[in-house]
Design a protein around this ligand. Structure first.
Ligand code: DX5
Ligand code: ZN
Length: 220
């Protein structure tokens, strides 16, 4: 099994104090910083775009993991790469030419992630396994933080883990995103996830850095 990655999502952070929020993550046990970009079209919510990502990139010392919940992400891959993204995840449901989009992420030297919404079967991922560095199994409907973890997504994670094992793709991550907390992270880990996004669980806790440590120890 790969190293386990804890990726707090800044969607739930205090944007008035984003500099100190990122500084806290730099000093914490977080591995990555998860950045949710929403366009109000692919999902019914709008978050933030390049100026915010660029500002985060100036202070962040951790990998910026950018989750694009936008239509036609292919138009923006180079700009996200220049703005500081190290992992760029696009949605299966949002791309007109998925293969070329994934290839363009790798061609700018970034890790390519492929996300699927709860209604999308895991089977769509199988033929693309050699083109991606991460599978993102959404465990809520994308668009908002603070929703409940969908345990019914765990068979998808199990199937993805089986493919990666059978095909010896040991460098491919399986990420879960949505409703990850102290009470759900273990279940996702047991199903085979190795990369865990947590928004509300971290930022709604009294001590976010301590919560990041606790999420990691819940997997020990
Ligand atoms: C939802 C986003 C998530 C969100 C997770 O569309 O992709 O990354 O921030 O938030 P929680 O952990 O609160 O479910
Ligand atoms: Zn996300």
């Amino acid at each position: 099994m790969r190293n386990l990655i804890i990726a707090p999502s800044v969607l739930a952070c205090d944007f008035l104090n984003i500099g100190s929020e990122i500084q806290m993550l730099n000093e914490s046990k977080a591995d990555w910083i998860h950045i949710d970009v929403m366009d109000g079209v692919f999902v019914p919510n709008i978050s933030f775009g390049f100026p915010v990502l660029e500002a985060i990139n100036k202070v962040a010392t951790k990998v910026l993991d950018v989750h694009l919940m936008i239509e036609k992400p292919e138009q923006y891959i180079t700009t996200f790469a220049k703005a500081g993204a190290k992992v760029i995840t696009v949605h299966y449901e949002a791309c007109s030419d998925l293969l070329s989009t994934l290839q363009s992420i790798r061609s700018v030297g970034k890790r390519a992630g492929l996300a699927i919404k709860p209604q999308t079967p895991i089977s769509v991922v199988e033929e693309l396994l050699n083109e991606i560095d991460m599978i993102l199994v959404m465990t809520v409907e994308p668009g908002f933080g603070g929703q409940s973890f969908m345990e019914s997504m765990m068979p998808k994670v199990e199937q993805a883990r089986k493919w990666l094992r059978d095909k010896k793709l040991s460098d491919t991550w399986i990420q879960v995103d949505g409703g990850i907390s102290l009470s759900t992270i273990k279940r996702a880990f047991e199903a085979g996830a190795d990369t865990f996004v947590a928004g509300s669980a971290v930022y709604k806790s009294e001590d976010p850095a301590a919560m990041i440590r606790s999420l990691r120890s819940a997997l020990a």
